[in-house]
Design a protein around this ligand. Structure first.
Ligand code: GTR
Length: 437
């Protein structure tokens, strides 16, 4: 990695971890009292106005919701992409990683029959050596490369995308600098996860699709164009859809690893990668638990409150995340036929932890809570137990972690980030549902 590229990575890391994203840019509503009356979309009413009467009706409503998200937000995952054969290469297995505390495996998952020459993702997997038998795993996408999650010299430095700052030069792949190891240690808490008896797995999102506009040719999307197609159709998947798909391909591998308990794979993600985690779990019922951190608008938050980020901002700054149809909803927050509470409904009745941060006004933490409250009706409807409170809890006081509750929530003090506090709550939530490992 060049010095410039490394500086760009540091800057990007600092930005993510700073208040820059948390603070509200001028011109966006940050005033709770200015919120206009709105009506939440009802997960338990079909689009034609008929009620969802019994749990037996739920699969039909669920299919309808999935279709609405595909059509209007994330786009369709091409059928061909969902039926690719699993092609992997175990690049490394170290049974004495992290001073003997973990088994570390690094696996390349190939997406095309051209193998090395085609798109692929690199899965980093740690399993705690003190755990006996197949191990439950927490899986999530990372922003800057696998080596950033922990300062472990054994993690392979796979190429990551870099954009020259303030330049019109195209982004390109570079091999990261040794100095980037462990830059996101605080955000991932890998050693704490392993000490709690869980495995940890991660992939760099840019392996699947680069996170910048006009990058379609550089990611997986062209691989699945039918013959003759050269550009996306209006409802073809965007980057969020490809990232979600890449998580499912990692799960395909985990299902073949006898040291992993693939029926107990929890999925997590922060911010844009939280949106991707939500969408992955919505589409793929094999993900057993969702730990969703500050996924904000187009994630667990609610457009209809018109507080914080809006569709115009998402569409103008990150058009590559979405299908082209999403642009139709710019300025129409109260008309878009989906919202955060409906996205969470697609996770029901699997255990779901929704986390917010008090200073993350851009995501609208209050709306994230209201989504968790509203989706709880779906859990109850399906015979499970959701949140039992409708009052925003005090900061740093998690609600409803008891075993019988399948929706939990906290709002943490501080900014848009993932912290040791968040992980402490998540691990407790997993312990309650899966038993101490
Ligand atoms: C912001 C974006 C948010 C959130 C965040 C992130 O700039 O407006 O929706 O996704 O990026 O991913 O860090």
């Amino acid at each position: 990695m060049t010095h410039r590229a490394y500086s760009a990575l540091l800057l990007a890391t600092a930005l993510l971890a700073s208040n820059a994203i948390a603070q509200m840019p001028a011109g966006y509503n940050a005033d709770e009292s200015a919120i206009q009356p709105y009506t939440l979309l009802d997960p338990l009413t079909f689009s034609n106005g008929r009620p969802v009467r019994t749990p037996a009706d739920w699969p039909r409503r669920r299919a309808e919701l999935l279709h609405l998200f595909e059509q209007n937000v994330y786009g369709h995952t091409p059928a061909a992409a969902n039926h690719i054969p699993l092609r992997v290469h175990i690049d490394e297995t170290d049974t004495q990683a992290l001073n003997g505390k973990a088994i570390r495996k690094q696996i390349t998952i190939y997406f095309s029959s051209r193998l090395e020459a085609g798109p692929k993702e690199h899965l980093l997997l740690y399993l705690p050596t003190h755990h006996h038998g197949p191990t439950p795993v927490i899986l999530g996408l990372n922003f800057f490369g696998n080596q950033t999650v922990l300062a472990d010299p054994g993690i392979r430095l796979n190429p990551t995308w870099t954009r020259p700052p303030k330049s019109t030069e195209p982004a390109h792949l570079v091999t990261p600098d040794e100095k980037s190891r462990g830059l996101q240690t605080q955000q991932w808490q890998v050693e704490k996860v392993l000490a709690s008896g869980y495995g940890f797995a991660t992939i760099y999102c840019g392996d699947i699709d680069p996170d910048f506009t006009n990058s379609i040719q550089l990611g997986v999307r062209p691989l699945f164009y039918p013959a003759g197609q050269t550009a996306p159709a209006p409802d073809d998947w965007g980057a969020l859809g490809t990232w979600a798909w890449g998580l499912s391909r990692a799960l395909d591998y985990l299902q073949t690893d006898k040291q992993v308990d693939a029926k107990r794979v929890a999925i997590t993600g922060h911010s844009r990668l939280g949106k991707a985690a939500n969408w992955a779990a919505a589409q793929d019922p094999r993900f057993a638990i969702v730990l969703s951190t500050e996924s904000g608008k187009a994630g667990q938050s609610i457009y209809r409150r018109r507080y914080g980020e809006d569709i115009a901002h998402l569409q103008h700054s990150f058009p590559h995340w979405f299908c082209e149809n999403y642009a139709k909803w710019v300025g129409h927050e109260t008309e878009i036929p989906v919202d955060g509470n409906l996205l969470l409904a697609l996770i029901a009745p699997r255990p779901l932890y929704v986390a917010s941060a008090q200073d993350d006004l851009w995501s609208d933490p209050h709306a994230e809570f209201l989504s968790a409250v509203d989706v709880s009706r779906v859990y109850t409807f399906l015979g499970h137990q959701g949140l039992t409170t409708t009052t925003l809890p005090q900061p740093d006081q998690a609600v409803d972690s008891p075993i019988q509750h399948d929706v939990a929530y906290h709002i943490r003090t501080g900014k848009h980030d993932v912290t040791a506090y968040d992980w402490g709550q998540y691990l407790h939530f997993l312990d309650q549902r899966w038993g101490r490992q």
